[in-house]
Design a protein around this ligand. Structure first.
Ligand SMILES: [Zn+2]
Length: 318
């Protein structure tokens, strides 16, 4: 069988000794270290360049390829991931949310993670929904109305948590969600700008990562599902993301993009056209599976890091 490219997707990589939110769902640093060692011995560790050459058919590797990708541009990636990758001379692709870095905002998706990691889930959910109900009585009725889509999107969560996350990220209009989550966040976690500075990479850290051989990618400016934006809004969102990367970072031959949320319904053809016109070279999705030579560069499949053992990656089940 011809070799495949396995693009592994990470979010938080936590050192339990220093993590501000140890209950966050992420991989522990020790598991990460062991996983990189295991993957490095089983696969050819790819760069973005060799991955794209494989996908467009100009590079035929003798072994299976494995590319490591890290979403959301969190400081874990500088503190915990970078030293491990630099030591092994493995390239990582780090996709950053430019609004979080530049304006010291915490993305709504992360506010939800931090609150879930800090409070009892039922108490938090009830408090959140009670506040939503005050601004719109009909919306809360939809909280459990998308169970199938929620399960498909959040395969690692309980049904109750998946339904809540789906409602929160995809159903609630941002102008209803944002004020509610910001009130709860300030009350239970702290001032947004301070938390943002602790949570996300700053530009200098990102440049240091580039100097160490890493690649920075775009992950949008505001981290909203791009298929929900009107065309003008989408263009503004992606143009701003790209211009901030150019302004603050070192030049790169290739600029990848990673779709927020990333399932096929979270972006569309217009999103891809806009990314191409801005000079992005590829799009990373969260659809599961290996990437094969000849497949669409703007719909690259990935594997969640929890499933990424050499054995599971090379069996047909995923
Ligand atoms: Zn993300």
């Amino acid at each position: 069988m011809a070799p495949s490219l396995h693009v592994v997707m990470y979010h938080y990589v936590l050192d339990p000794e220093t993590a501000k939110f140890p209950r966050l769902k992420g991989m522990s640093l020790s598991d990460f270290r062991a996983q990189v060692a295991e993957l490095s011995s089983a696969f050819e560790m790819a760069t973005l360049e060799s991955s794209l050459a494989y996908l467009d058919g100009t590079y035929s590797p003798r072994r299976e390829l494995c590319l490591l990708t890290f979403d959301d541009g969190v400081t874990d990636h500088f503190n915990n991931v970078l030293p491990v990758l630099a030591e092994r001379k493995v390239q990582g692709i780090f996709s950053v949310i430019t609004g979080c870095m530049d304006e010291h905002r915490v993305a709504d998706v992360h506010m939800n993670h931090f609150l879930m990691a800090s409070l009892d889930f039922a108490d938090y959910r009830n408090a959140f929904l009670a506040e939503v109900q005050q601004s719109d009585e009909t919306l809360v009725k939809q909280v459990d109305a998308n169970a199938a889509a929620a399960r498909r999107t959040y395969v690692w969560d309980s049904e109750e948590v998946a339904s809540f996350k789906y409602f929160y990220n995809f159903i609630l209009p941002p102008d209803v969600r944002s004020p509610v989550i910001r009130r709860l966040f300030e009350r239970h976690i702290g001032p947004e700008a301070e938390v943002a500075k602790e949570t996300y990479l700053d530009w200098e850290q990102a440049r240091t990562m580039q100097s160490a051989g890493m690649v920075i990618g775009g992950h949008s400016h505001c981290h909203r599902p791009l298929s929900t934006l009107a065309e003008e809004e989408l263009q503004a969102e992606l143009t701003l993301c790209r211009s901030l990367l150019d302004r603050h970072l070192r030049p790169q031959a290739l600029w990848p993009f990673c779709y927020p949320y990333g399932k096929l319904d979270s972006f569309n053809d217009f999103t891809v056209e806009t990314l191409q016109s801005l000079g992005f070279c590829c799009g990373l999705s969260t659809e599961a599976g290996p990437a094969q030579a000849g497949s669409d560069l703007f719909r690259i499949r990935r594997i969640d890091c929890k499933l990424a053992t050499p054995r599971s990656l090379t069996t047909a089940s995923i």
